[in-house]
Design a protein around this ligand. Structure first.
Ligand code: ZN
Length: 240
């Protein structure tokens, strides 16, 4: 069984379409939150995910888009974009976002946006934070997003080490606990503007990072037409 693991799509429909094309005939699509915010096409993205039967959890941008929760923590550009999103989304998009769980368990994985102990808000940015989160995990592995940076953390004896990313090179899942981040589909921040995601293969089992180029210009044009903040438009081509 093959499952595409996506996160932080951020209403970037061109990027999502390219990733789903690249993934081909997978058996499932999972989304680790921040489906909306920043980008120009929240309704189109949710519609396509529903069409593909994707299962998703909620991220901090998703909760802000529903009811403004946490909006005071957003930087000015993110806030402008989320206020635009709140005004714009159709009821079906709002209802889908409002129905997302904060945490989803699908053995052997726990799916969250932020972290096992704080599923919506905490950033897992280094091995120390990853290690602190392992006791909060009820499954062997965790899939998380939020940082927009592809990386994994694995418990090895008494240490927790960062792994990867090495696109195309699978990480074998074994008896060592692991937290893995696919990176961001719609707003990569690791210096590579191509959409970043993970492919889970239950034969193995293994996780493999993938990078998918997409039509960045199309998303930027849609953002300009929507009047979204210029720095958010410019950052897409830098992957920062
Ligand atoms: Zn995000």
């Amino acid at each position: 069984m093959l499952v595409a693991v996506l996160s932080d799509i951020h209403a970037n429909l061109a990027a999502l379409r390219a990733v789903l094309d690249d993934a081909g005939t997978v058996d499932g699509v999972r989304v680790l939150g921040d489906t909306v915010g920043y980008g120009p096409e929240p309704d189109g993205v949710v519609e396509l995910l529903v069409d593909r039967g994707a299962l998703a959890v909620r991220g901090n941008h998703d909760v802000a888009a529903i009811d403004g929760e946490g909006i005071d923590w957003f930087n000015p550009n993110a806030r402008t974009a989320i206020e635009w999103t709140r005004r714009r989304i159709v009821p079906a998009t709002r209802d889908w976002l409002a129905g997302l769980p904060a945490r989803f368990i699908e053995a052997p994985f726990t799916l969250v946006h932020g972290s096992p102990r704080d599923p919506i808000w905490e950033y897992v940015t280094d091995p120390e934070v990853a290690a602190e989160n392992l006791p909060f995990l009820a499954t062997p592995y965790c899939l998380f997003g939020h940082t927009h940076v592809p990386i994994a953390y694995r418990r090895e004896g008494r240490l927790t080490r960062a792994i990867g990313p090495a696109p195309g090179a699978p990480i074998d899942l074994d008896d060592r606990p692991l937290l893995a981040n696919p990176g961001s589909v719609g707003q990569p921040r690791d210096g590579d503007p191509a959409a970043s995601w993970l492919l889970f293969d239950s034969d193995g089992p293994s996780l493999t990072w993938r990078r998918t180029p997409y039509d960045i210009g199309a998303t930027q044009a849609a953002m300009r037409a929507a009047g979204l903040p210029a720095p958010l438009i410019a950052r897409l081509e830098r992957g920062r």
